[in-house]
Design a protein around this ligand. Structure first.
Ligand code: ZN
Length: 398
């Protein structure tokens, strides 16, 4: 998930190492990015679109955990997925200084001639996809980016199971405390973050568990539903990515509500943060509508759903909230125009979105997105209850 949301194998580039094989036609189904752009999109935290607000710094408590406590939670989650899905071996690696060792361990687990399963592809591109997938994995580990990748293991693998799900996540980098988890998610610098009301802080333990569920789901999605489909549409890869991100968030939210028995403060705060992601990360990870839909479900229904059925519930919600390709493009073009009106540098979102800015946007939709963003941004500095539908500007801008 990207910052917490990286089951998104769009972040690939040709591998020049020992897997060295590079096919220029890969962009038939994978969008390539310049390495710098990949890092910009996935790692760097833009100083957020800081708007003028008269706000007072808060000095509320920020709960934190020791590394061993976080590791224990990760271990329990991985054990849960290994127990529940015997066809997949789930493994967590945290990268950091020893990312080389982590990568070597994964290569050993993969054996010879493994397959990358996150993208549907013709057989003659198998090796190429494997190369770029390994390169992407290296970047994730080296740069401490959260991600998930599913492989079918090859011959001579040390694993007994036929598939391997690798989750990269360095807990010390992004969930060591409520403050840190929130700051990372909202892409805020410390000066602004200190003014965010503690009521808006993400509970870092909940956030760690939500993130692990989101990432594990990317592997389950590839395993049960196949990887991201091939497409030749201009923004088809982006559309497929958005669908994958939305369903992973729907699953993680449903899992969270089921575990906790109701809609927690964390559930509301992560939905709120995702609404702000329209401009702070990539429009493709703004899954607010989907999270809102899960939150609006009757808690009792979610609590009574068997855990394995959460996958179909999440898929149902995603299919309801994410429209068809044309509706998606209209929404995203409006988002890019709104970002420009808010003074954002849209180059940050990548070449394809920059190009999409030339398309005509629906003015009412642009206005709606700007109002929603400004409303939720302003709410960061208060402990007011936050409605899931932002009021019109004339109702709250007084
Ligand atoms: Zn994701």
């Amino acid at each position: 998930m990207d910052k917490t949301c990286a089951g998104e194998p769009e972040a690939v580039m040709p591998f020049h190492g020992s897997f060295g094989y590079n096919d220029p036609d890969m962009n038939v189904f994978i969008q390539k990015h310049h390495p710098l752009q990949v890092f910009l999109c996935l790692c760097l935290l833009l100083a957020g679109p800081v708007m003028a607000h008269e706000v007072v710094p808060h000095t509320g408590p920020s709960l934190s955990s020791k590394p061993a406590e976080l590791e224990k939670i990760i271990k329990q989650k991985i054990e849960y997925y290994n127990k529940t899905y015997p066809e997949i071996h789930f493994v967590h690696v945290d990268g950091g200084d020893d990312w080389h060792g982590d990568l070597l361990a994964i290569i050993t687990m993969l054996g010879t001639s493994p397959d990358a399963l996150d993208y549907q592809h013709p057989p003659d591109l198998r090796e190429t996809l494997m190369n770029v997938t390994m390169e992407r994995l290296r970047i994730m580990l080296q740069a401490d980016v959260v991600s998930a990748t599913l492989f079918r293991v090859g011959q001579e693998s040390i694993l007994k199971r036929p598939n391997l799900c690798v989750i990269t996540l360095n807990p010390n980098e992004f969930v060591s405390s409520d403050y840190q988890a929130t700051r990372y998610m909202l892409d805020l610098d410390d000066d602004v973050m200190k003014k965010v009301h503690p009521a808006r802080y993400l509970d870092h333990i909940h956030h760690l568990m939500f993130t692990l569920d989101h990432e594990a789901f990317h592997c389950l999605d590839s395993y049960f539903n196949g990887g991201s489909p091939q497409t030749e549409k201009e923004l088809g890869g982006e559309y497929n990515l958005f669908r994958r991100e939305s369903v992973a968030d729907a699953y993680a939210m449903a899992f969270h509500i089921r575990e906790h028995g109701d809609v927690t403060a964390y559930a509301r705060n992560i939905a709120h943060a995702r609404a702000l992601w329209l401009f702070s990360d990539s429009p493709n990870r703004c899954t607010f509508e989907t999270l809102r839909e899960v939150i609006s479900y009757d808690d009792k229904v979610i609590r009574s759903v068997p855990v394995k059925d959460l996958i179909s519930l999440a898929t149902h919600v995603r299919n309801k909230t994410v429209g068809n390709y044309d509706a998606y493009v209209a929404q995203r073009v409006a988002a890019i125009h709104a970002a420009m009106e808010l003074g954002r540098d849209i180059a940050f979102y990548g070449e394809q979105w920059e190009k999409a800015s030339e398309k005509q946007a629906n003015p009412a939709l642009v206005k709606h997105l700007i109002n929603r963003y400004e409303y939720y941004y302003a709410k960061l500095f208060t402990d007011d209850p936050i409605p899931m539908v932002a009021p019109h500007g004339h109702e709250w801008k007084k």
